[in-house]
Design a binder for this molecule. Structure first.
Ligand code: PLP
Length: 385
């Protein structure tokens, strides 16, 4: 057994990120400025998007995106229930109504059929989540959105570097929001990025900085002007150059970080293949997952214990894990406000009883991954009486 606790998702930070942050601190410009602009340009170029807006979280970036789409009171926005609460919270933030749909049993992504069934005359947008980094069926979703004239705002929090039929998530035609939270594939500690059409991004940019007609960089830079106008009561969503400095280094390292994730996933796939009652993640030939999470399903009756017991047993063996996610329809705010019954989400309900996210980080050595595999075999054997 491991003698130290393996945490679920430690960040992969090197001296290069540390030096970039220190250089920014020494530069005399620490809020949104030249480094953030460069990060936006480099990120847009990397994913193949026409424009990008750096924010201080996914939540901020996606909120600004929904606002820029003109979505507000009286509108409905379709979201999967198996996601982080932020996906639904932003819909509440703009005063619209989140409409929750069930997921597919294989990928745990939003089911396109249930999206179509949930559409009404009030539906203005769909927020697909690329769960665990596995892209949703974008062809079918985009066809549906176009036919019904609704927006798509992709929740790409898990999906930087993921591909659907060869195209990178974020390369359009929809807007997409990425998260750079500490556990995500590319991290700035806290941060997010909205990508999409330049007009949409211009509106989101203004909303992301007090509703002001120009930002600090264009006011205080040489040749800038002190004057500005407030066009609407915006928020304070901007990313700082300190975060962007880290992000630029992480973006440069992303390909290498993704290779390491793939290696770890291959070790899990091989090492866990033969365990009865342990269902491994779905792979599909036409998509390439970002491998953000490695979610296994503990099938209670076959495996011999519940998901929660499994997590406790792993912890006893010094292996951390997590659950993604408590379905949003179970949270008291949403359950009570919209009278949501679990019976409406049978697939997410069943999955929620089984899902466990195993430790996954490019910072792991092969021996860390082997420790997890050994711990799981040990747990599985302990259930055989
Ligand atoms: C992490 C996450 C978010 C929120 O990202 P923040 O940057 O923390 O705001 C949203 N959606 C999903 C699916 C996430 O995993």
């Amino acid at each position: 057994m491991r003698d130290s606790f393996l945490s679920f998702s430690p960040p992969a930070v090197t001296e290069a990120e540390i030096e970039a942050v220190v250089a920014t601190l020494r530069s005399g410009w620490i809020t949104t400025g030249p480094t953030t602009r460069r990060f936006e340009e480099e990120f847009a170029e990397y994913v193949g998007a026409p424009a990008a807006l750096a924010c201080n979280s996914w939540t901020a970036a996606a909120h600004a995106g929904l606002h820029a789409m003109g979505i507000g009171p009286g509108d409905e926005v379709i979201v999967p229930t198996l996601t982080f609460a932020a996906t639904a919270n932003i819909v509440e933030h703009v005063g619209a109504r989140p409409v929750f749909v069930d997921v597919d049993d294989d990928t745990l992504n939003m089911s396109i059929d249930s999206v179509e069934r949930a559409m009404t005359a009030q539906t203005r947008a769909i927020i697909p989540v690329h769960y665990a980094g596995h892209p949703v069926e974008l062809d079918a979703l985009e066809e549906l959105a176009e036919r019904r004239n609704v927006h798509i705002l992709e929740d790409a929090a898990h999906a930087v570097a993921a591909r659907f039929r060869g195209r990178l998530i974020g390369s359009g035609p929809s807007a997409a929001a990425f998260s750079f939270y500490a556990t995500k594939n590319l991290t700035t500690g806290e941060g997010g990025m909205l990508v999409g059409e330049p007009d949409l991004l211009d509106r989101a940019r203004r909303y992301s900085l007090h509703g002001m007609s120009r930002d600090a960089w264009s006011r205080y830079d040489k040749g800038g002007s002190w004057s500005y106008e407030v066009m609407e009561p915006g928020f304070k969503f901007n990313m700082s150059d300190i975060q962007a400095a880290m992000g630029r280094v992480q973006l440069e390292r992303l390909a290498q970080l993704q290779v390491r994730r793939e290696e770890i996933v291959a070790l899990y796939d091989a090492g866990l293949a033969a365990i009865p009652g342990l269902r491994l993640p779905e792979t599909r030939p036409h998509v390439s997952s970002a491998n953000h999470l490695y979610v296994v399903r503990v099938q209670r009756t076959v495996f011999g214990m519940s998901r929660s017991q499994f997590i406790d047993e792993l912890a006893k063996r010094n292996v951390g894990s997590s659950v993604h996610f408590v379905p949003v329809h179970r949270h008291p705010y949403y359950r009570d406000k919209y009278s949501l019954s679990p019976a409406r989400f049978p697939v997410a309900e069943a999955a929620f009883e089984e899902i466990v996210s195993l430790p996954l980080s490019p910072a792991f050595a092969d021996s860390d991954v082997q420790d997890v595999i050994d711990a799981i075999h040990d747990v599985a054997e302990s259930t055989i009486r």
